[in-house]
Design a protein around this ligand. Structure first.
Ligand SMILES: [Zn+2]
Length: 59
């Protein structure tokens, strides 16, 4: 089973996903802690605008 990381748009393997969160009763999976933290900062932005692609960032 795969899910789409709502921050960067990558496919995430649900069974192996280390980074996930529940928002409004739905589970979201992330490729990295960075994406998880970005989502938690502003979930509505990513849910309404869609994935942004992986930006250049450090860490
Ligand atoms: Zn990601």
């Amino acid at each position: 089973m795969k899910a789409v990381d709502p921050v960067c748009g990558m496919s995430v393997d649900i069974e192996k996903a280390k980074y996930k969160t529940v928002y409004k009763g739905r589970v979201y999976y992330f490729c990295s802690r960075w994406c998880l933290e970005e989502f938690e900062k502003n979930p509505e932005f990513y849910l309404t605008s869609g994935p942004r692609g992986m930006p250049s960032h450090s860490g």
